[in-house]
Design a protein around this ligand. Structure first.
Ligand code: EPZ
Length: 418
């Protein structure tokens, strides 16, 4: 049995928590560093498993990557290998983000199809559509996606759904593709704005990120840059729910309030008190909340990455709440685990009907990154002890999460393997 977390419920969380750099901003930015022949310096980079995997991928492609505390130094001058083996892409889907940068930089890329994961099949059809529109010949075979430049030229691309990864991958390929590219129905997530700002500071000419139409004017080459990534809005949202579910009083530092508006709105709806506080937020939990209904949507709608965490709170609120997951086809894996803790949740396809009740501590498993966080949150409110295993999922996206919870007064400990 591997390491697990022991959470003893009933503690009220109080104090300040400093939010780490955003995993979902850093991963595409690390991939984009392949576009540059100069040194890239990234600040505020948390120590996460997914980031280690992406660093391994960059090294396999010929880049030099070294970490000095929270600083990551990447030298892409030696990038010459265009093939990413499945040993990497099976470990992390987001490694497919190197494809666009390799096409732009080396005019060729061969990337093993990323494994699907617990939350869904995770296709790449929109990435492929974008690359083909730009004049790259894309072939699929023996689990690999192979792209080769024919006559790359900027084009107008319409995304069927506002895919975050497809928007990012196409943006990176287009940055070094001659001509003018337009991405319509682009995803609008803040991490895409951070990626645009990063690539522009390397010398690219991109505008419109954050809106649904992005324009890229391809350039010859890109230089080096030092960049500090945006804070992680999902980690921030997770701690906001922790304050709410424990009736606590938590002050969040190092956040961008604008990025948290959908979470602020829903927590306010259920009755949590959220106050601006010198650049951050103060979240004050209450004793009695109201149920509410939530539908996950592309940004600026309610983020799918906060769906599980919010469900943990709703399942502790008397009354009936409804949660609709519109982004991924299988992102209710945490429900069976919450049920072990006493949650009353009925699933009808993409709709979860949640009847509020009380949690009892239980032995549970984290099935994916955000589900693991949701189980910790339920454990905070549960009577007795909750034992959470399969922590590798949580370690992918949360830096020292149990230490941050402990510092807020939670009774959480990480035990070594039995
Ligand atoms: C990014 O994944 C995030 N990952 C996910 O966070 C997040 O849940 C997701 O965006 C949605 O916000 C990173 O940024 C590293 P998508 P991505 O392409 O890019 C469909 C976490 O917990 N689709 O926007 O893979 C797809 O099936 C992770 O940190 C196609 O149909 O998400 C899904 O239903 C989990 N064809 C929807 O779009 C494609 O070619 C959204 O996927 C691509 C996607």
């Amino acid at each position: 049995m591997g390491e697990h977390l022991l959470v003893r419920g009933g503690k009220i969380l109080k104090g300040q928590v400093n939010i780490s750099g955003s995993k979902n901003a850093i991963l595409p930015i690390m991939a984009a560093s392949l576009l540059s022949e100069k040194e890239i310096i990234l600040n505020e980079v948390p120590d996460l498993e997914d980031i280690n995997v992406m660093a391994e991928a960059l090294k396999l492609l010929g880049a030099k990557v070294k970490r000095e505390g929270k600083v990551l130094i990447i030298d892409g001058s030696g990038v010459s290998n265009y093939e990413l083996p499945e040993s990497i892409s099976r470990r992390m889907r987001a490694s497919n983000l190197v494809m666009g940068a390799l096409l732009g930089r080396l005019h060729e890329a061969r990337v093993a199809f990323p494994g699907g994961c617990a939350i869904g099949s995770r296709p790449m059809d929109l990435h492929i559509k974008g690359f083909k529109s730009l004049g790259y010949e894309i072939s699929e075979g023996s689990g690999y996606l192979h792209g080769k430049e024919q006559h790359a030229q900027g084009k107008e691309i319409m995304l069927d759904v506002p895919s975050v990864g497809a928007t990012e991958n196409i943006m990176m390929a287009a940055a070094l593709t001659p001509g003018y590219t337009i991405i319509r129905n682009a995803a609008r997530e803040p991490e895409i704005v951070d990626l645009q700002n990063f690539i522009n500071r390397m010398g690219a000419r991109i505008k419109g990120a954050g809106l649904d139409t992005i324009r890229i004017d391809g350039v010859e080459r890109l230089g080096g840059v030092e960049h500090t990534v945006i804070p992680d809005r999902i980690e921030a949202g997770t701690f906001m729910v922790a304050a709410a579910i424990s009736c606590g009083d938590v002050w969040l530092e190092n956040i961008v309030v604008e990025h948290l508006q959908p979470v602020i709105s829903k927590l306010t709806e259920v009755g949590v008190e959220i106050l601006p506080w010198s650049g951050g937020l103060r979240v004050v939990g209450k004793r009695n909340y109201r149920p509410t209904d939530i539908k996950t949507m592309p940004y600026p709608g309610f983020p799918t990455d906060m769906q599980a965490q919010m469900m943990s709170l709703l399942a502790a609120i008397p009354g009936t709440s409804v949660m609709v997951e519109t982004i991924f086809e299988n992102r209710f894996m945490h429900v069976q685990e919450l049920r072990r803790m006493g949650a009353d949740i009925k699933i009808e396809g993409r709709v979860a009907i949640i009847k509020g009740g009380h949690y009892e501590g239980a032995n549970v498993e984290s099935t994916d990154l955000r589900a693991g966080a949701a189980l910790i949150l339920a454990g905070l409110a549960a009577r007795g002890e909750t034992r959470i295993s399969k922590l590798e999922h949580i370690d992918r996206g949360y830096e020292k999460i149990h230490e941050k919870f402990k510092a807020l007064g939670a009774d959480v400990e990480r035990t070594s393997p039995d």
